[in-house]
Design a protein around this ligand. Structure first.
Ligand SMILES: [Zn+2]
Ligand SMILES: [Zn+2]
Length: 99
């Protein structure tokens, strides 16, 4: 079973890479074991994985083995927030250089 959680708003805008729509608050997402930032609407990723059990972003095979090794939902959410802060800060400093 893949970890699922409700979307929490973060600073950098994220879209579902399958339907390309931005995530909305309280929508259920499914996280893939390859990278916690690779998360999608549950209703998008479930039929996707039935067709082709690979991450739509990095093409890693989603197997029961790597699902077992993946982080807990709390660890994933913390990882996503940390990376989000890094990306947000680097986007600010890049804007600063351009000005
Ligand atoms: Zn979607
Ligand atoms: Zn991936």
């Amino acid at each position: 079973m893949l970890p699922k959680g409700l979307y929490e708003p973060i600073k950098t805008q994220r879209n579902c890479s399958i339907c390309l729509l931005p995530f909305k608050r309280n929508v259920q997402l499914t996280y893939l074991p390859c990278d916690p930032r690779h998360h999608f609407h549950t209703y998008c990723i479930e039929p996707w994985l039935e067709q082709d059990p690979k991450c739509p972003i990095c093409k890693v095979m989603i197997t029961s083995r790597n699902v077992k090794q993946c982080m807990s939902l709390e660890e994933m959410a913390a990882f996503v927030r940390e990376k989000d802060n890094e990306e947000y800060e680097s986007s600010i400093s890049q804007r600063g250089i351009n000005n």
